[in-house]
Design a protein around this ligand. Sequence first.
Ligand code: SF4
Length: 657
Amino acid sequence: MEEIILQILDALRRGETVDDRALVKLVHVQARRAGGDKRAFAKRRLLPFYQRVKREDPERWARWGITPELEEGLIKVLRMKPRRSASGVATITVITKPWPCSGSCIFCPSDVRMPKSYLADEPACARAEQACFDPYLQVSARLTALSQMGHATDKIELIVLGGTWSDYPAEYQIWFMRELFRALNDDATVGESGSSARVGSSDESGAAFAPSGSSAAPASFGPVAASVSPGSSAASASFDPAAPAPLDPVATEAVQREVTDGRLSYNQAIVQLYGTSTAWQEAARVQCATMDELEREQRRNETARHRVVGLVIETRPDAITPEALMNIRRMGATKIQMGVQSVDQRVLDANGRGIRVAQIERAFSLLRLFGFKIHAHFMVNLLGSTPEADRLDYQRFVAELAFQPDEVKLYPCALIESSRLRGRYEAGEWRPYTEDELVGVLIDDVLVTPAYCRVSRMIRDFSSGDIMAGNKKPNLRQMVESRLRARSEQTGERVQEIRFREIATSEVDVRALRLEVVPYETPATSERFLQWVTPEGRIAGFLRLSLPKAAAVEVLASELRAAGCEPPVQPGEAMIREVHVYGMAARVGEEGGAAQHHGLGSKLVERACELACEAGYERINVISAVGTREYYRHLGFYDHGLYQQCKFRTEGMLHHG
Ligand code: SF4
């Protein structure tokens, strides 16, 4: 492997480009020379090898004559999945422990080893199970993997997935968040032996579940601020990640069979399995923390090496209430993933969603007033729908004032054995669309997606072995996009959605960028989407500005006061809901040195302030993540309750302090 590294370095010194094809050639030559298997020299092994030499054999590393520029070039060559951190932000997805869900949707998988809707062999789930759902261990393992893959880990987006967040006990939620922040603050990484360098931990525990009584119903969600768990930091349970799983696999399999055959609901199975496990109950006793403890870790994170620049939780529209959003925001969340699936009441009912369209509309308004970014899940090919109905449904979703998500996971319903949909499939009441039908619907959906919305995914991470019927092609998105390109060439239709236009890993001339403002209305706010675009219409950065309507803010305030909470926002306050600048643009700016290359993000903020001021607003809030607080302080914002705030001078300039 040393030979390959040295050859890459030589090429870089000569000013040559080493792309993936050149690297594969080097690997083949080296494998032939060594008379061995080329997998021994696989790309994924090269960077960890380089990092190990640098760490453990400094003399050998010094002989390689590496300069900071050379190292940067080398890491770029060896980086795995470069798009993963193309925005300059590395994502860490963590999964909460198995727990009952208040929903019972017909298409939803029921894997008793996982929280509702997830399957054990989805990549993030497999990692979570290995870590016994311990948030600290999940983060530390992921930090290690990301750095071995060559990704920067100074800016982290945490995505917390698993059933419905609001269904978990408040103390578990706070503990889970505290552990995520603590792992990042401790710079916890997993050594090569697989053991975790877990430092300063007095109360770590394995994952656990303690159902309340024997009821299959999820624990009720109370105000987080009021729930201080007894003995949280004093309680101590030593956790050994190498310990055998606390659940008997034979018993687990038997229970799973009963769920799959419909004799037991997922919720009943969870109570039966975990409620009787002493190990899980013991661990649950220490899975609690106070809000003070969480806030202490959040403050540490403001200046930590791995800062949280985004925190996402997942919940249902009917769980979104003003009080729940106050709690979620206090925990540091900046974005909500919300399962919508359809805005056709008939389809929602046919699929057992138990949600009214009016609840979805209200959830959207509340999320906007609180400043959250709204990432909706939307499905096609649900029971009771047709390709034509799907097109209309999605069009309503992205165009009607009440909805208009910021981001969509748009994916087809697939039949998983453990879902209740299986019975309907066997009865001939549901069939998967043909590939042509599916791709046709998705193409039309993408084409009607507006410029301020990002279609983040088109498939779930299910393995093809888990899918009994439905799309099994992991490259569905590429298929859709290649047909879209061909169609655009013929018809001149243009794709507006964000992901298709992102500059991603390519470098752009920042001097050629122009700032566009796309306005749109919602029932609660006037929205302004500010985007940096290249002459070809590609997007290098954007900002979401909400201008809340006074009447909507008043209604929210009176609801919160009735619930005993002080409203977090006031009339006359605008809200920055998101600022995003793609990494390559930022990097080009740094290298280029030209003044106009710098500060795409701060220019967006400046322009948002001007727009808010021109619209008559006196102050502006930003829903900053914990790790971006310093950045906003630097821009003149001060800490203000759940947000950071800035007052305008009359002419629209920022007022410091
Ligand atoms: S609410 Fe979500 S997790 Fe719960 S059953 Fe429905 S789809 Fe599954």
